[in-house]
Design a protein around this ligand. Structure first.
Ligand SMILES: *Cc1c(COP(=O)(O)O)cnc(C)c1O
Length: 438
């Protein structure tokens, strides 16, 4: 039996009639999600004193509470204040602290939104918010202020608007369904949405970001798998943050997805007192790859409101990366990224491995601290690229569409066919003076 004693106890308290038979029914789990302090106290037997209760009530008024019975069952009640599941799902009064550096929309997702629901930040892919709700409200959510806000539940028409935008934007080859959790939508809506999106000729693949395997693994039903299978290639990214979350039920959900043929990735957030430890992180990553999930990103915690108690210095992330590079399998290592406040996108960050450089030698260090040199080639004929692939002796046969993409950013500075010398910030005074003098 997959049920453990914690699950039995919670199920018994929730309903004396339906009980355990429904435990694995995801709709039952949603219906009985823990959304109040009283229910949390009743189901766990944990009691807070009056002062803390008042503060907690205030917290949940601002940032609502929602925990699935399944995820609740993972909390170690005897040591709950230090429990990683408790910290991610129940939260704390620290969320009421707002720092000046914190923002409601730190990633400017709304500003980079051409139509409701779409964030178009990168040249060839878009983020499509198809749902505003989740089965469990992560206390570290970057879209914390929007979660559970009914005004943001996308209607059928709004979803259609997003689809229309993708249709008329041929650069978009990769559509990332996000939310909220896309798997909160009913099966038929997921079916419809995927069929509409994958019909678009220039869309090469769809990605789905979901935390269901972690917080409500029973959502990954055979029916859902058979729907998703119709629309391959579908890449799926999930969000495990701690090894305790990789339970028998979670493994079963992951196994179904992997057997369904969907490449699986994992995005973790670096969280103080949850996973800010190289040993915890390595255990998590090893468990993930053992279950066929490839670690994708490790995020620095965003500057969203109410997350200050979760944030670590960037140095902690670099220290964790240092403990991984060379020390474990390359494919067990995520890319550590900082999502630039203001909408600059994800910026990868790594420890430094290049120590010095001359015209023909590079001095590098490895993970053990061994310092080594790489002798560069004496004769390397650079290929000047004018982006005319027909004439290049690499003889790339590139399609029309790829040729159209212009070099962007630093890539532009490096390009041979572009004479841009520098990138200048807007409103640079020195350049304004030049203009004035003309
Ligand atoms: C993260 C993100 C993507 C996807 O980025 P990848 O690096 O390709 O995974 C796309 N759009 C937005 C707005 C994002 O935040």
């Amino acid at each position: 039996m997959i049920y453990n004693s914690a699950q039995k106890e919670i199920a018994n308290k929730i309903a004396t009639s339906s009980k355990l038979s429904n435990w694995k029914d995801w709709r039952w789990q949603l219906k009985h999600s823990i959304r109040s302090l009283e229910k949390f106290e009743f189901l766990t037997g944990i009691k807070f004193d009056d002062t803390e209760r008042k503060e907690l009530e205030k917290t949940f008024e601002k940032f609502p509470l929602s925990i699935t019975p399944y995820y609740l069952s993972l909390i170690d009640k005897s040591n709950f204040r230090h429990d990683p599941v408790f910290k991610q799902s129940f939260g704390s009064v620290d969320e009421l602290t707002t720092l000046q550096s914190e923002l409601e929309d730190p990633l400017s997702e709304d500003k980079d939104s051409p139509v409701r629901g779409i964030t178009h930040r990168y040249p060839d892919r878009v983020l499509f918010h198809v749902s505003n709700v989740c089965s469990m409200y992560c206390r570290h959510c970057t879209r914390k202020r929007k979660v559970g806000d009914v005004d943001f539940v996308p209607s059928y028409d709004e979803l259609k608007e997003g689809i229309e935008y993708i249709k008329r934007t041929p650069q978009v080859r990769d559509v990332l369904l996000s939310g909220g959790d896309p798997f909160m939508l009913p099966d038929d809506k997921i079916d419809w949405l995927l069929s509409e999106i994958t019909k678009i000729p220039h869309v090469e693949l769809v990605r789905i970001g979901t935390r269901m395997p972690v917080v409500l693994p029973y959502r990954i039903t055979d029916e859902l798998i058979s729907i998703l299978k119709k629309y391959q290639p579908v890449w799926i990214n999930t969000h495990f943050n701690h090894p305790n979350e990789i339970t028998a039920s979670a493994k079963e959900a992951i196994r179904k997805l992997a057997d369904g043929g969907f490449p699986l990735g994992n995005q973790s957030v670096l969280l103080a007192d949850v996973n800010d430890c190289p040993r915890i992180m390595k255990t998590l990553l090893h468990k993930l790859v053992k279950n066929r999930v490839r670690p994708y990103y490790l995020y620095q915690c965003d500057l969203s409101e109410g997350l200050s108690h979760f944030r670590t210095p960037i140095g902690k992330g670099i220290e964790i990366m240092e403990s991984l590079v060379g020390h474990t399998s390359g494919f067990a290592r995520p890319t550590y990224v900082i999502d630039a406040p203001g909408g600059g996108g994800k910026i990868p960050v790594m420890p430094n491995y290049i120590i010095s450089w001359s015209t023909n030698k590079v001095v590098l260090r490895n993970y053990e601290g061994v310092i080594t040199t790489y002798k560069e080639p004496d004769s390397y004929e650079p290929k000047m690229c004018d982006r005319n692939c027909e004439e290049c002796d690499l003889e790339l046969k590139i399609s029309e569409k790829d040729e159209e993409l212009e070099a962007v950013g630093i890539e532009k500075l490096l390009a041979d066919n572009d004479d841009t010398i520098s990138l200048v910030p807007e409103n640079n005074e020195r350049f304004q003076r030049r203009d004035d003098n003309e």
